[in-house]
Design a protein around this ligand. Structure first.
Ligand SMILES: Cc1ncc(COP(=O)(O)O)c(C=O)c1O
Ligand SMILES: N[C@@H](CCOP(=O)(O)O)C(=O)O
Length: 462
């Protein structure tokens, strides 16, 4: 399988090179040259597999230059760090299916891909005795999952930018209490969007990128999206076993559009998905796009679901590529317009096409709290505030004819303040967080300034 850029100037790249490249060298995002289409028989056969074997089978379709035995070992090792035997179990509560994606080391869905990506980087670098300096931006969860994925690994340093004062206290501690020599946490005076723009700008300087062998752990890296496709198949199998349904909907709390894009790819592979229900918080640019065709950027507002406090959704470019039927020239022009004006041209015919696959709702803080409260009162189950936006969206938008799977993207213990506000008690603390407040912590506060970040990397890179 070869990879090509959404902007059309980079192509014919094998999987392993695409993983190391991260952002395409023409500024676009890498996509597989084609999305494999599975038959209903293939999908039934996948339904009989456990999570590790399913992951191996799906990833094999795209990672065609990694020998099968090596890939199997990478996958097995990546999911050994999960605390639930089903890796991403599905539970049935109050009429919805909850896909629990938070049983990895840092208690958010990011672990599913970043445990794998950390091991994959190590494997690819070892083959050439090479080094890598990872640069990533986080609104709270990617950062710690990436750090846990590569902490202490030889030949890798990691630099993570998070928005100062805009992540939850536990999210911050999960990042900053990892004091291995190869980990550098930078709290920027700005928003996640500022951090992501800095990362893209630095990756866009191809000389700098090559000189320091920069690696990407954000969902601009195709391997992230790839590993996230797996749990859509897994959830389908589990729900089908229980209900005998013919198709399902997924409700996905969304910020950078990586997770829901993985669901879109699963649908294109043949998974019987009815609608992808996209949940946003007050940072609702994607909801406005889906419902009104209006893609215009606003201020990033702090909310109770801080990991979704994003306006410029990186992976949206990958989706636009398919929406524009692979017209790279038009897409490149659109992205330039967006960068210059903060908005995309309105196109009602395209918006209509979008609504065949997606429906969306924007869930404010009050509704988020109300959903956590009601769900807890009815079931005893505690939703984290991100998952609550998905459950609320499912309640508003589900058509009733198909089961809905809500992606539980984080463990509630990461967002204790919001949970306490909703139900008057803190969620139970998982063992992995015990004593985290007492651990030594390391973080540098910096301006959201590309030159300063670049200089920091130069001074600390491998
Ligand atoms: C807990 C949580 N939920 C939802 C999201 C949104 O996912 P995505 O950025 O892939 O749209 C994030 C951040 O990525 C997150 O950390
Ligand atoms: N919500 C994310 C934002 C970054 O998204 P990514 O999927 O592109 O890494 C976070 O928690 O950092």
């Amino acid at each position: 399988m070869d990879y090509q850029s959404t902007r059309g100037k980079v192509g014919g790249i094998p999987f392993s090179k695409a993983v190391l490249m991260g952002l395409a060298d023409d500024g676009g995002l890498l996509l597989p040259a084609e999305i494999p289409r599975l038959t209903p028989g293939d999908i039934d056969a996948l339904g009989k597999l456990d999570y590790r074997e399913l992951a191996f089978q799906i990833i094999s379709l795209y990672a065609t230059d990694i020998p099968a035995a090596d890939l199997r070992e990478l996958v097995d090792r990546s999911y050994a760090a999960f605390t639930h035997p089903d890796i991403t179990p599905v539970v049935h509560k109050d009429g919805v299916f909850i896909l629990e994606l938070f049983h990895g080391p840092t208690l958010a869905f990011k672990d599913v891909a970043l445990q794998f990506l950390g091991n994959l980087f190590e494997y690819l670098l070892a083959a050439d005795n090479a080094r890598m300096n990872i640069l990533g931006a986080t609104s709270g969860d990617t950062g710690s999952a990436a750090i846990y994925g590569v902490r202490g690994k030889k030949n890798i340093n990691i630099f993570i930018l998070h928005p100062h004062g805009r992540v939850s206290p536990i999210q911050k501690l999960q990042m900053t209490t990892v004091t291995d020599d190869n980990v550098f946490n930078l709290a920027i005076r700005g928003t996640f969007d500022d951090g992501q723009a800095i990362v893209k700008e630095i990756f866009g300087d191809v000389d700098f990128k090559q000189r320091y062998s920069l690696g990407a752990i954000n969902s601009i890296n195709w391997a992230r999206v790839l590993a996230q496709i797996v749990y859509y198949f897994h959830a389908w199998n589990r729900v089908r076993e229980q209900t005998g349904c013919n198709s399902i909907d997924f409700a996905v709390p969304t910020g950078n559009f990586g997770d829901i894009f993985a669901g879109y790819v699963a649908k294109r592979m043949g998974l019987p998905v009815g609608k992808l229900l996209l949940a946003t918080n007050e940072n609702n640019i994607l909801t406005r796009f889906i419902n009104e065709g209006d893609y215009s950027v606003g201020e990033v507002r702090p909310t109770l679901s801080p990991s979704m406090d994003i306006q410029k959704a990186s992976n949206f470019e990958r989706y636009l590529y398919y929406l524009l039927d692979g017209d790279s020239a038009k897409l490149a022009a659109w992205m330039q317009t967006f960068n210059e004006t903060g908005r995309l041209p309105r196109d009602e015919a395209l918006a209509e096409k979008v609504r065949r696959d997606f429906a969306s709702a924007s869930i404010g803080n009050d509704r988020t709290l109300e959903t956590i409260r009601d769900f807890h009162a009815g079931t005893g189950y505690i939703l984290d505030p991100h998952t609550a936006t998905g459950v609320a969206t499912a309640r508003v938008l589900a058509e009733g004819s198909r089961p809905v799977v809500c992606l539980a993207t984080a463990h509630p213990a990461k967002f204790g303040d919001a949970v306490q506000q909703a139900i008057g008690q803190l969620p139970p603390m998982p063992q992995s967080l015990a004593g985290i407040e007492e651990r030594e912590s390391r973080c540098k506060i910096v301006d959201a300034d590309t030159q300063k970040i670049r200089a920091f990397i130069e001074a600390h890179a491998l």
